[in-house]
Each structure stands twice: as C-alpha cells, then as structure tokens.
Design a protein around this ligand. Structure first.
Ligand SMILES: [Zn+2]
Ligand SMILES: [Zn+2]
Length: 364
C-alpha cells in the first residue's frame, strides 16, 4: 500500500510503498484511513523546517488530522468495534515517570518535551491506507458527522483554548453582558474559532489579510459575524473602528499581530494565542502600554497548544452544534478533496481553506 513520506535528511517528499500492517497487540486497533486534513504544520514538515522520523527510520509518514474506520480490534479492546469511525489523538505521552501531565493522560501539557506526535514528531502519521493504533488514543466519532469529521482535530485546538479562556473568565465576580469576540486570522483554525464564539453568543469580528468580499469574508458573514480586512484597516487602530473585545482568539502566528492582541482587549478581557511565530527577526515595539493595560485592566494573555481527550470530546459536541447552526458554512471550510497521489503537490498550494486527502476511495 502507499503512503506519503518525508525524508528530512535527503530533503525529499514522495509516495512510498509500505507493507499493510497486521494487528498484534491486545489493545491494538487496525484502521482504514478515510480522510486526512492538511495544514500549515504539514507544509512546514514537507519543506523540511520541522518534523522528525521515528527512531531508527529515515522517513516520516505525514498526516495528523485523521478520520478512520475501525477494521479489526485486539481482544482487550472494549470501546470500539469494526465499522466505527474514529479520530486519533495526535500527541502521545513521554515515558518520564516524573512527567505528571503525561502520567495523568494529558500529554498535551507534557513538561519534558519528549512526547511524540503522529505525523509530526517521531511517530508515523495517517497519510496511508491502513494503520495501527491503540484504543487509548482513539476517539469515536458519530457517523452523522462523517462528511466533516476530519475537522475535529483542528477544532480540538480551539476547544482546549475555550476551556481555558472560560476558566479565566469565570474568575469575574459578576455576570458579563453581551460579550464581544475577535478572531485574528481566517485560516481553518481561526474560522473554527469564530464558529465557537458565534455559537456561544459572542458578537464576533474576524480580522485577516484577505480582502473584504473574498471567499473567507463571505464565509464569516454566513456565520453572522463581521469581517475586517487587514488591507483596509491596520491592526493598531482596529479597536477605534470596531471597539474593544472581551475575548481575542489569535491564529496568525505573526509576532507583531500577537503583540497587538492585548491592546485590543477590554478591561477584564482574555486573549488566547495559538499561532506559532518564527523566532529570529527582531521587531521594535513599545511594550510599556500593553503591560500597563494588562495590570491596570485585569487582563489575561495565554498560549495554548495541542489537545487532550477531553478536548476531542468537546470538539465533537461543538461540531454537532455547528452542524445545527450553520451546516453549510462548516462544509465550506473543506475547499479541496484530493487523492493521495496529489497530496504532495497540494502541500505547496495556499489557496482555499482546508484541503483534505481521501484514501481508500474505492473501498468507501
Ligand atoms: Zn494540523
Ligand atoms: Zn511528558
């Protein structure tokens, strides 16, 4: 069977032929992969900036945004059966006995950095026809969500951010009135973030590079949110046009935009950062005002990465809610569906929103 693999030391990305895996472990699950979403992380790995093969291998099979069908289960697997649809948790625990988060089943909060991630760091991914996993890392997905369930993994990042933002907002000793939310960035994660804000009753603004009137702006409008283009409105003066925000969800990964986020907050507001800026490039900014506001206005800014099982379960619930509120908008997030043979080429394109690789198309 075929798989898409990156060979980092040779700077090569290509389809490889690998043997079909066989179920061995009592808690193992044999999976037939249905769909794999592609994202910026895959683009970074396939341009050799990031990612590492499993120990002893010279190649890493790509793909972490999975949707698969259970084909066969080990004798000690009780929660899954053949025919079930599942999404795999990406990050896997480190082996350090002292790592409390990993030992508590929350490797997304790992403190050693020695975790592995399927399709990213020292563990093969899902861009292949069949693969093995362990029951412990699989989350069952309702079949009604099949056509959009590949969005669950990127949505888990938003779900985890939302749980933490809520914990911070819960510190406020009063009932907030109508709350305003801002999303920075209109990629898949930003747009899913906008959906979470809208679904929770926030008056929502999405701010991104793309022009007003473009496809992303239209999708934002279809949610009942507003769109402001960075082309017509510098971020420094955004709050003058739109007002300030109680919650800001950043999904851009540009240092200057991330630094600007806290200056757009209302008193007592919270800004969540999820983009990963490049290191290096020095930028000159005046931080005094941001830090003063942070203190004098009881504001909070925090970063979040990855997600644990709880966030996968909450992402599934959120996706079910989205499919009641704005099903067509959710479907429009997936702009390209393509076969494995075209995946490598697709990793170089940046148009559309979410590209999804379909596998086993004749089996489906
Ligand atoms: Zn991703
Ligand atoms: Zn750990």
């Amino acid at each position: 069977m075929q798989a898409l693999a990156v060979f980092p030391s040779e700077k090569r990305l290509q389809l490889v032929d690998i043997p079909q895996p066989k179920l061995q472990d009592a808690t193992g699950v044999l999976l037939r992969v249905h769909e794999v979403g592609l994202c910026g992380t895959d683009r970074e790995i396939s341009s050799f900036e990031y990612g590492s093969p499993p120990p002893g291998s010279d190649r890493l099979i790509l793909g972490h945004e999975s949707l698969a069908e259970v084909v066969e289960v080990g004798r000690r697997v009780h929660s899954l059966r053949p025919g079930d649809l599942v999404v795999a948790i990406v990050r896997r625990p480190c082996t350090d006995a002292e790592c409390r988060p990993c030992r508590a089943g929350r490797s997304d909060f790992c403190v050693t950095g020695h975790f592995t991630e399927r399709g990213i760091k020292q563990a093969d991914g899902f861009l292949t026809e069949y693969t093995l996993d362990d029951e412990e890392y699989l989350v069952k997905v309702p079949k009604a969500l099949a056509d959009v369930a590949v969005l669950i993994e990127p949505l888990t990042v938003v779900s985890k951010a939302a749980v933490q933002a809520r914990a911070i907002l819960d510190r406020l000793p009063y009932e907030p009135g109508l709350q305003r939310g801002l999303v920075l960035g209109a990629g898949p994660v930003g747009l899913l973030g906008a959906m979470v804000l809208v679904a929770n009753g926030y008056e929502t603004v999405v701010y991104s590079r793309e022009p007003e009137g473009g496809d992303k702006a239209k999708l934002v409008h279809s949610l009942g949110a507003s769109y402001v283009s960075a082309a017509s409105q510098p971020i420094e003066t955004l709050a003058e046009q739109t007002g300030e925000f109680d919650v800001i969800f950043e999904a851009v990964g540009v240092a200057l935009v991330m630094m600007a986020a806290s200056r757009l907050l209302r008193a007592n507001g919270v800004a969540v950062l999820t983009g990963i800026p490049a290191e290096g490039a020095a930028t000159e900014i005046v931080v005094g005002r941001s830090l003063r506001d942070l203190v004098l206005k009881n504001q909070a800014v925090f970063g979040t990465v990855n997600a644990g099982r709880r966030d996968y379960l909450s992402a599934i619930q959120q996706l079910e809610q989205f499919m009641i509120l704005f099903p067509e908008s959710v479907r429009r997030l997936i702009t390209h569906r393509l076969p494995l043979a075209d995946a490598a080429r697709t990793l170089t394109r940046t148009d559309g929103i979410k590209s999804v690789v379909q596998l086993n198309m004749d089996a489906a």
